[in-house]
Design a protein around this ligand. Sequence first.
Ligand code: LLP
Length: 385
Amino acid sequence: MMNPLLREIASRENLPTPAYFYDLSLLGKTVEAIKNSAADPRFKVHYALKANTDPVILKILSNAGFGADTVSGGEIRIALENGFIPSRIVYAGVGKSDAEIDYALVVEIGCFNVESLEELEVIAERAKRKGKKAPVALRVNPEIDAHTHHFITTGLAENKFGIPMSLLDEAVAYASGNDSLDLRGLHFHIGSQVTIAEPFVLLSQRINELQKKYEAMGVKFATINVGGGLGIDYEDPDLNPIPDFKSYFEAFAENLDIRSGQEIHFELGRSVVAQCGSLLTKCLFVKKGVEKRFVITDAGFTDLIRPAFYGAYHKIENLTSTSNESELYDVVGPICESSDVFGEKVSLPVTHRGDILALRSAGAYGAVMAMQYNGRALPSAIYSE
Ligand code: LLP
């Protein structure tokens, strides 16, 4: 069964393609589901801007009362321009420039998620110059396998993110002993597109151990930030349009020992916006090869890079074909690179030039990762109510 809303949009005349289509009604329902599942007043959800910075979407999410998780000065500026409150902005990233640190201090963000001792020293120095006390959380590398794609796993022992547990004592001592730093808490992120609860349970247990250890040393944390990572159903977006937020938040509610007065911060990106977005593209040619048949679309990896970059799967549908028969096609873009493939041996109803196809579940890490290689324009955006 084809998604009726997408069918209707695809039948519009003069549809601009390639274009991201966002179902704002689904986004609204997703936001409600998050709010209902994270109703515990100690739980604070920060939307990870890296997933999608479309201003229409950002305004809906800031209006919903979410904070913002950012990774650059640019994202902090975009968050502020779209209604997020400075004190509810957190800022992570392994390579914060001096200018970015200064900007974050001036606009008084809620917390720097600090990824190294070296960075801690620079933030302390920049804050001192400005006569300010920088709020910081230490990003700990919790050494947990999130069982996700190796490109997007971040919580294992040695990688560029976070402070290894073996160096954490030193970072805690430095941050709690420096007058220009306000050590607010610990920050974690185990990886992205995590579809089972177990890694979040393991993370909670790891956090419990660390809290106990530092409390014994007289260090208390006002915030625990567990990062993001909840996955979505790429295989069947119409069956599971809203991720299982209930089980996700329960994994923490049931396993984290939350201290009195403590806030638990979440940084959800993909699970908030992925399913409301589809990349709509027009079939330019159906090209007969020797053994294959290619559907050549007007969208390429410049519009949606996830298949080429991570081998990621996006469900492909022909929204306009009326054929009852299907064929196997390789769906490819127009970019001059052989990796510009959206799917191989995709079963589609018989497809013709001019048909409109949807690449589903593209609301997260789609438009934000678009580029202008080959002199391409950036994809446009259209919205439903
Ligand atoms: N917090 C931190 C510190 C992160 O590094 C990330 C994602 C998030 C939160 C949000 O994670 P989410 O809830 O979206 O899983 N471009 C890749 C994903 C990169 C994720 C990077 N970090 C993709 O297209 O799959």
